[in-house]
Design a protein around this ligand. Structure first.
Ligand code: PHE
Length: 348
């Protein structure tokens, strides 16, 4: 076989190999093998020595042509591989921006916290301070300072969990009244506070009782506070939580730490007062307890009861939420069932 034929065959095989190359390493290997010093083309050129002189230029230029063609083919293939690589990468990195996003789960305050927040905002707007008190409380503050000495029969209504003889889980937020009164400096003005928090009672849990629930205590002490101030404040609470149209009604009641004491009813927000199942056909719903601070309570906290007086109230955010949202079992608030809690999303 003549050199030209050899070169032609070599070219055919090489082109096949080049076009089959799938990656840059392969194409590089081909280039080194084919066009390198030890490659077949160099080999063929070396064989020219044996040719008659007049044939050499002809074969030589043919060999150079073949080498150029192969060199071009390699470059083209290389380019092609690079394009394929890039488009593969683009394919892999493709991002469908029209896909719906993964929903982000957003938390929200518990429904009872929402009620507490609403009432806190109302009172902060009227210049009250929001005060915290301990849940593990002293018998001294929970009962004694609230005018409930040892063996007082009204202690029975608020049996609780005792930690020691001295410490117990507070049964009401009222002890925060005494704690705040003791510290208050009346030369700086009146005392106006609310205190939300958890309270405990030794009750057996059922639809309307829980051994743990919430209260918001309210207390105002100044020189000329009357029951009209109390009534106006209670009406504001009722209207803020249950709607502008609400009326309130005060019924005489008894608490050891207030005198006189009242139970507060709000006109039924469901039927407007005509009578329905929510208000048990009475048109009124009992929502909280209140009264004028008992002089004994003032005196025990070091306040001159001849000069100062005031009102106090205690309301249950759990009960407020039950009434407002038609929840018929208080235990729902504490079971943390998301299907229940999600219904009260503030974001709709
Ligand atoms: N502490 C009372 C209770 O738990 C409620 C209350 C507070 C009543 C303040 C009057 C004044 O029942």
């Amino acid at each position: 076989m003549g050199l030209k034929d050899k070169l032609t065959e070599l070219k055919r095989n090489a082109l096949e190999e080049i076009n089959d190359a799938k990656d840059l390493k392969k194409i590089n290997d081909i280039r080194v093998n084919l066009l390198g010093k030890k490659g077949p083309i160099t080999e063929v050129l070396r064989g020219m020595r044996d040719l008659p002189k007049e044939e050499r230029p002809n074969v030589g230029s043919f060999a150079n042509k073949v080498r150029d063609e192969l060199s071009n083919a390699i470059s083209e293939r290389k380019e092609r591989i690079e394009i394929i690589k890039t488009s593969k990468r683009l394919e892999e990195e493709k991002l469908d921006v029209t896909l719906p996003g993964v929903p982000v789960k957003i938390g929200q305050p518990h429904i009872i916290m929402q009620v507490i927040d609403q009432i806190e905002k109302l009172f902060l707007g009227m210049g009250y301070q929001v005060v915290d008190g301990p849940e593990v409380e002293e018998d001294h503050y929970n009962f004694e300072m609230m005018n409930l000495p040892k063996d007082h029969p009204a202690r029975d209504m608020q049996d609780t969990f005792y930690i020691t003889d001295k410490f117990l889980m507070r049964t009401q937020t009222s002890p925060v009244q005494a704690r705040t009164m003791e510290k208050h400096d009346f030369s700086k003005g009146s005392l106006k506070m609310i205190s939300p928090g958890k309270v405990y009672r030794r009750d057996t849990d059922d639809a309307t009782h829980s051994h743990q629930f919430h209260q918001i205590e309210g207390l105002v002490i100044d020189k000329s506070i009357t029951m009209a101030d109390l009534k106006g404040t209670l009406q504001l609470i009722a209207r803020t939580v249950f709607g502008k149209e609400r009326e309130i009604r005060l019924r005489p009641s008894y608490f050891p730490f207030t005198e006189p004491s009242v139970e507060v009813d709000v006109s039924c927000f469901k039927c407007g007062g005509d009578g329905c199942s929510v208000c048990k056909q009475t048109g009124w719903i009992e929502v909280l307890g209140a009264g004028m601070v008992h002089p004994n309570v003032l005196k025990m906290s070091g306040i001159d009861a001849d000069i100062y007086g005031g009102f106090a109230f205690g309301l249950g955010p759990d009960r407020f939420a039950m009434l407002k949202y038609g929840v018929d079992d208080i235990r729902e608030f504490y079971l943390n069932d998301m299907r229940f809690l999600k219904q009260f999303s503030q974001r709709g």
